[in-house]
Design a protein. Structure first.
Length: 279
């Protein structure tokens, strides 16, 4: 039987408060926040920040993101609030997707060495089906609540004829200096996405972080999901052609495996391209 840890003494309560503050800061900022940013946000000496961050990483509450050069919440956090919110899709969704889907995602992650997320589109909304623990995306995260600024969100908007109806707020959130908040500019971007069946954002959701999303269609050609890779924006730009090729190949594999899902109304990936050429 393991012994309980002794009661905190001396400066330990303050260290505990700082550790909790760091976890809260990472959760609010999203994956990729750096030690320097955490130190500045909490007004802590760098040495103190690194010491507590190393402890949190060692205990599994945080993870280092090598490509993003920062930190994200670790799997131990999931144990506190329910693992399904961070690292596992809902059970009902797993049943709908089937056991064949996750190996395709895992193989893609291994081939490119970057975080990959599988999102599904139902009822004009985004649902994260397969998360990556290196970049946990919760259902209320920025990527799914700011459709105009995320790659997975823009795919949904591009596939929805009346996309303005999905953006209920009169003013689009400016999350970074690069976020598109003008609806006319966003409309032009959605036309390009429909033409190319590809969404790319660089530093619009999180400063310095980029994403690529490609649609996954069912056998009828309707967009039901997307594969998204997240990385440092410079890495996305440097490897764009390679990453798009690998994402589209994996999306093709998923299309062959995809079971019957309820898809949102809207143009398929094929008709998106045709419509854009004719517009």
């Amino acid at each position: 039987m393991s012994q309980l840890p002794s009661a905190p003494s001396g400066r330990q309560p303050q260290a505990i408060r700082m550790a909790l503050a760091m976890l809260r800061t990472v959760a609010q900022a999203g994956p990729g926040i750096t030690a320097k940013q955490i130190s500045a946000e909490l007004n802590l000496p760098p040495a103190t920040t690194y010491r507590i961050l190393n402890l949190l990483v060692g205990e599994g509450y945080l993870v280092r993101l090598a490509d993003l050069r920062g930190f994200a919440l670790g799997t131990r956090v999931a144990e506190l609030v329910g693992a399904s919110q961070f690292v596992a899709p809902p059970l009902s969704l797993l049943h709908r997707l089937g056991d064949e889907v996750q190996p395709v995602v895992l193989a893609l992650r291994a081939s490119i060495g970057l975080p990959v997320t599988l999102a599904t589109y139902t009822d004009h909304a985004v649902e994260i089906a397969v998360r990556d623990p290196r970049r946990p995306v919760s259902v209320d995260g920025l990527a799914v609540t700011n459709l105009h600024a995320s790659a997975i969100g823009r795919l949904l908007l591009a596939a929805t004829p009346n996309w303005n109806a999905l953006l209920t707020k009169p003013i689009l959130n400016r999350l970074t200096p690069k976020t598109i908040v003008d609806r006319a500019r966003l409309d032009s971007e959605l036309i390009r996405i429909r033409r190319d069946a590809l969404a790319v954002q660089l530093g619009e959701l999180h400063t310095g972080v980029g994403c690529i999303a490609v649609p996954v269609t069912d056998p009828d050609g309707s967009m039901c999901a997307s594969l998204t890779v997240s990385a440092d924006a410079s890495a996305i730009e440097r490897r764009l052609t390679e990453l798009v090729t690998r994402l589209r190949s994996a999306a093709g594999d998923l299309r062959e495996l995809w079971p019957a899902l309820g898809c949102p109304p809207g143009p398929s990936a094929a008709s998106m391209t045709a419509e854009s050429r004719n517009s």
